[in-house]
Design a protein around this ligand. Structure first.
Ligand SMILES: [Zn+2]
Length: 214
């Protein structure tokens, strides 16, 4: 029985590749075959496995080691048990992965999530994983893709008008993300939602590319 003690960084460095291998070859491959087409355009060629945002390998590695974690140090983790926990965290598969062609995988990875704070949403049948449904409000490489939550932009706009607040999650090229509040006091019935977001200084053409936003 193998036992690991060390930093989460070392764990990721030495154990991470094996976990990656398990995901890519066994779990992911099955899901790819089972799904069979790009969720966005339906093509069956060159499919890739994408992790739903917030459920990437690093996040799941950390989650699975949670009970052994004290600060940044993992203490006496049983590797065999760990592997089972890590594997199980990927199920149900459609809540962890999406299947895309290369182009839409890239677009999905650099999509912004813009969401109304959960406490403002009355109808909570939607779970946070619903955020990941892909709603590309732009295509092409020159515009930043956006995902709204709730998905329906009319509903989103209504809630924004009522509550004047939403969260914006920005994903950067280095894999980190930043969540911040959008206080929309000046947003009115006549405002154009998409244009409003795109006119934010950080998202303007040229600026988001410079800031290394995906
Ligand atoms: Zn596609």
């Amino acid at each position: 029985m193998g036992i690991f003690t060390g930093t989460i960084e070392d764990f990721d460095k030495y154990i991470g590749p094996r976990m990656r291998n398990i995901v890519q070859t066994s779990i992911g491959k099955k899901f790819k075959l089972q799904t069979g087409e790009c969720e966005f355009c339906g093509t069956r060629d060159n499919l890739e496995l994408a992790n739903i945002k917030g459920k990437d390998r690093k996040a799941l590695i950390k989650l699975a080691s949670k009970e052994f974690l004290n600060g940044d140090i993992i203490y006496e983790l049983d590797l065999n048990k760990y592997e089972t926990t890590f594997r199980n965290l990927h199920f149900p598969l459609d809540e962890t992965f999406k299947i895309f062609c290369k182009k839409h995988h890239n677009e999905y990875d650099r999509t912004e999530i813009i969401e109304i704070p959960e406490e403002f949403i009355e109808d909570k049948i939607n779970t946070p994983s619903d955020i990941s449904d892909v709603e590309f409000y732009s295509s092409g490489n020159d515009k930043l893709p956006i995902i709204f939550y709730p998905k329906d932009t009319t509903e989103f706009k209504e809630l924004l008008l009522q509550n004047k607040s939403a969260y914006i999650t920005i994903f950067f090229n280095d894999g980190t993300s930043e969540k911040k509040e959008w206080v929309a006091n000046r947003f009115s019935e006549n405002s154009d939602l998409i244009r409003n977001i795109r006119s934010r200084n950080e998202f303007r053409q040229g600026n988001w590319q410079k800031r290394n936003i995906q």
